[in-house]
Write a protein that binds this ligand. Structure first.
Ligand code: 6R9
Length: 671
C-alpha cells in the first residue's frame, strides 16, 4: 500500500480480530483518557495512546483502521475480503470489496431488534408544536410497505427512483425503501423548480418518482419521457389532479405487507445519486455507494458531534442536500440515534424558532448553516434567551465559511459559552465531514471560524501554483486529499470522465476539492473558498455558468457574466452583468424582473440575481474569455487590485463597468 501519493493501494483484511482483542485493556491515553473507551476498535491498533495518535494511525494504517471500524460498526450479510482497492490517479475507488450488506437493515432492523420503541425520527413540521415522533419499529414498517409497493410496481434492483419531497418521515422511508430493494435514490431539493427537477430526472433516467401533493406537482414532470409512474403522498388535505400515471401513495401502502425482504447488496453497488453544481452549466449526479458511505456518515456523526445513545440530534438541513442525507438520515440512523427532520425555516413563526424547538425537543446536538446564524444574530439575543437551551452539548456549522462574529455569537449566546462549536468542512463529493475541530482531546482548543483538524482517515494537503505539495505551515494553497476514504463519491452518473477530470486530473494521485485553504502555523486548516466558478449562496452551491445559461436564454440578452460577491447574510450574493442585444428597447427594471422570474423558474429561487448591472460590453481577453477576476474586483470595490490588464481586449470596458457599478451603488445598495 503506497500512502503519501494516494496511489495504488490494495489492502486485504488482516487478522484484525486477533489483534483488537489482544490488547484491549492496555490502551490508555494522556490524562488517563482511555482511547479504547473512546473508540473500542483502537484496542487493536497497538500503541495508540491518545486521540491525535489515533488520527495518525487512521491515516498511516488506513486499511487496518477502516477494516476494524467496518467490521465493528456495520452488519454484514457476508464479509468483505479486500478493504480497499483504490487508485486515485485513475479515479478508481472501491472499499470493502466482496462484502454484502443492506443499508436499510443497518439503519433499521438491527435497532428494532434491540430497542424497537426508541424514537428514530422527530418530524418537526412547519407548524410549531405539532411534531410527530416515529419509532424504529414504525419506520421499519413504513419502509417495508414502501419497498413492497415499489417492488410490486416494477421497480427493480439497479433502477433509480427520484424523490421530490420536503423533509418528512415518508421521504426517509422512501430513501430507505430504495436501499432495501436495491434501487438507487435521487433526492431533488423540493425548492428546485420544475425544469431543474425535469433535468435531474432525465439525467438520472428515472422512471419512478415519489412526491407530495402540494406545491410541488401539477404537471411538473411532463417533459420527462422516462417517467412511468408518480407516487403522490398527501402532505396536506388539498386535493390535486391525478393523472393515469399517478398513484395515491398512502392508499397503496396500506395494501402492502410490513415485512419486506432486504436485497443483499454489494458494498460498491450504488446507494444514491445526488445532483450538485459544478463549474459548467450541467449539474452533476454524484454517485455514492453502500458500505463506505454509510460507515463514513455514521462514524463522523458519532465522533464529530460526540453523539451518544439517547441523544437527540438536530440537523436542520433539508434532505435534498448532502447534509440532510448524511446527518439527518444515514449517519444518525446507522448509529441507532434519534434525529430531527426540520420542515420549517429559522424565522417562522418568529426568529426564536430554532431555540424554541431545542427546548421542546431537548436537542443535544444542533447542526445548522452560517447564513441562518448570521440572520438570527441580526434579530438580537432576546430570541435566544427566551428559551431553555441547557440540553445543548455541541453546536455545528456547515456549508460555507462561518465568520468570526457569527461563530462567537453561536458560541457565547446560543451555547452560553458551554458547548464546543464545530465548523465542519466537507462536500457532496466527500460524503461526510472531512475537517472539523472534533474529535480531539476534550479540552483541545477550538479556534473560531476554523475547521481545523482532519477526521480519521483524512490526509489534507495544500498544493502550490506549480502543482507541488506545500510542506510548510502558515500558508495557503489548493486543498486536496492525499488518500482515498470510504465516504468519497465514486463517480459522476454517466460521466466518469468528468469525475476524473474534475477531481483526479488536476493533481494526479490526489483528490482535488475545488476549495482553497489556509494552514495556520499550528497546522490547523481554514477554508478560504472555492477556486472555481462555483458560488455559495446561503450555503447552497450554484455554478455561475448555470445562471448565465438561463440569463442568456432571454431574447433581449446578448451575453452575460455572473459572479459571487460578499453578502452579509447569504455569504455570497449573485451579481449579474448583462449586455443587451443591439436595438433592444426595454426598461431595465422590466428586464430585471423578467430575468429574476426566469432564474427562479428554471433553477430555484435561491439562485436569483441580487444585483443586475447592464453594460455595453464585458472585459475579455484577446482570445475572448470573460475576465471574471476583473469583474469580481470591481464589485468588491478593490480597484487597486485589478491586476494585470494587459491581456484585455478593450481596457475601456473596465472603466465603463467601474462607473456603472458606482452608479448602481448610489442608486441601490445590492441586497
Ligand atoms: C456539506 C456541503 C460544498 C462546498 C465546499 C465549500 C463549502 C462547506 C464549509 C464550506 C467553508 C465550511 N463549504 N462547508 N466552506 N467552511 N465549514 O455544504 O456540501 O453543498 O457540496 O458544498 O461548500 O466551498 O466545497 P456542498
Amino acid at each position: 500500500m503506497r500512502l503519501p501519493g494516494g496511489c495504488a493501494s490494495k489492502c486485504v483484511v488482516e487478522t484484525f480480530s486477533r489483534r483488537i482483542f489482544g490488547s484491549y485493556f492496555h490502551v490508555w491515553g494522556r490524562r488517563g483518557c482511555n482511547t479504547a473507551a473512546f473508540m473500542p476498535e483502537a484496542a487493536g491498533f497497538g500503541a495508540v495512546s491518545h486521540r491525535a495518535a489515533l488520527q495518525e494511525f487512521s491515516v498511516s494504517s488506513s486499511g487496518t483502521f477502516w477494516a476494524a471500524v467496518a467490521q465493528q460498526r456495520l452488519s454484514w450479510i457476508s464479509p468483505f475480503h479486500t478493504v480497499q482497492d483504490c487508485d486515485l490517479s485513475r479515479g478508481k475507488i472501491q472499499w470493502f470489496v466482496g462484502g454484502k450488506l443492506n443499508v436499510s437493515v443497518n439503519c433499521l432492523d438491527r435497532h428494532v431488534h434491540t430497542c424497537p420503541e426508541r424514537v428514530a425520527l422527530i418530524w418537526e413540521r412547519d407548524e410549531p408544536g405539532s411534531e410527530v415522533k416515529v419509532t424504529y419499529r414504525s419506520l421499519l414498517e413504513m419502509t417495508c410497505r414502501v419497498g413492497n409497493l415499489l417492488r410490486r410496481r416494477g421497480v427493480k434492483r439497479g433502477d433509480c427512483v427520484t424523490i421530490y419531497m420536503p423533509p418528512c418521515p415518508l421521504a426517509v422511508a422512501s430513501m430507505l425503501a430504495c436501499a432495501r430493494i436495491g434501487a438507487a435514490h435521487n433526492v431533488v431539493f423540493a425548492g428546485f423548480s420544475a425544469e431543474a427537477l425535469a433535468e435531474r430526472i432525465r439525467d438520472a433516467q428515472s422512471s419512478t418518482i415519489i412526491t407530495v401533493n402540494q406545491g410541488v406537482r401539477g404537471g411538473k414532470v411532463t417533459d420527462c419521457p422516462t417517467v412511468r409512474q408518480v407516487f403522490v403522498a398527501m402532505r396536506t388535505e388539498n386535493p390535486v389532479v391525478m393523472t393515469a400515471r399517478d398513484v395515491a401513495m398512502e392508499e397503496e401502502m396500506l395494501k402492502e405487507d410490513v415485512v419486506c425482504e432486504p436485497a443483499a447488496m454489494d458494498s460498491e453497488d450504488v446507494l444514491f445519486l445526488l445532483y450538485t453544481s459544478g463549474s459548467t452549466g450541467k449539474p452533476k449526479g454524484l454517485v455514492h455507494t453502500q458500505a463506505g458511505y454509510l460507515l463514513y456518515a455514521a462514524l463522523t456523526q458519532r465522533y464529530v458531534f460526540n453523539y451518544h445513545d439517547g441523544d437527540v440530534f438536530g440537523c436542520v438541513a433539508d434532505i435534498g442536500w448532502i447534509t440532510g442525507h448524511s446527518y439527518s438520515v444515514y449517519g444518525p440512523l446507522a448509529n441507532g440515534g434519534t434525529t430531527v427532520l426540520f420542515e420549517s425555516t429559522p424565522i417562522y413563526p418568529d426568529p426564536g424558532r430554532y431555540w424554541e424547538m431545542v427546548q421542546r425537543l431537548k436537542i443535544n446536538q444542533f447542526y445548522g448553516a452560517p447564513t441562518a446564524i448570521r440572520l438570527l444574530l441580526k434579530y438580537g439575543d432576546q430570541w435566544v434567551h427566551k428559551y431553555d437551551r441547557s440540553s445543548l452539548k455541541t453546536l455545528g456549522s456547515v456549508g460555507e465559511p462561518i465568520n468570526t462574529e457569527a461563530w462567537e455569537w453561536y458560541h457565547s449566546v446560543v451555547g452560553d459559552g458551554r458547548c464546543p462549536v464545530v465548523d465542519t468542512w466537507w462536500q457532496t463529493e466527500t460524503g461526510g465531514i472531512c475537517i472539523a475541530p472534533r474529535p480531539s482531546d476534550p479540552d483541545a482548543e477550538i479556534v473560531p471560524g476554523m475547521a481545523m483538524r482532519p477526521f480519521f482517515g483524512i490526509k489534507p494537503v495544500l498544493m502550490d501554483t506549480e502543482g507541488e505539495v506545500v510542506t510548510f505551515n502558515n500558508t495557503t494553497g489548493a486543498l486536496c486529499i492525499a488518500q482515498p476514504w470510504p465516504g468519497m463519491a465514486r463517480t459522476i452518473h454517466n460521466d466518469h470522465q468528468r469525475y476524473f477530470e474534475t477531481y483526479c486530473q488536476p493533481y494526479p494521485g490526489y483528490f482535488f476539492t475545488g476549495d482553497g485553504a489556509y494552514r495556520s502555523k499550528e497546522g490547523y486548516y481554514q477554508i478560504t473558498g472555492r477556486l472555481d466558478d462555483v458560488i455559495n449562496v446561503s450555503g447552497h452551491r450554484i455554478g455561475t455558468a448555470e445562471i448565465e445559461d438561463v440569463v442568456n436564454q432571454c431574447s433581449a440578452v446578448a451575453e452575460s457574466a455572473v459572479i459571487g460577491y460578499s453578502h452579509d447574510i447569504k455569504g455570497q450574493g449573485v451579481y449579474v452583468f448583462v449586455v443587451l442585444k443591439k436595438s433592444v428597447e426595454i426598461q431595465e427594471a422590466d428586464l430585471s424582473r423578467q430575468l429574476n422570474d426566469m432564474v427562479s423558474k428554471k433553477i430555484a429561487k435561491y439562485a436569483c440575481p441580487d444585483c443586475i448591472q447592464f453594460v455595453q460590453r464585458l472585459p475579455k481577453t484577446r482570445s475572448g474569455k470573460i475576465m471574471r477576476r476583473v469583474l469580481r474586483k470591481v464589485v468588491e470595490c478593490e480597484l487597486n487590485g485589478l491586476g494585470d490588464l494587459s491581456t484585455l481586449d478593450d481596457p475601456a470596458a473596465v472603466q465603463e463597468i467601474i462607473q456603472g457599478h458606482h452608479d448602481l451603488l448610489s442608486k441601490q445598495q445590492p441586497r
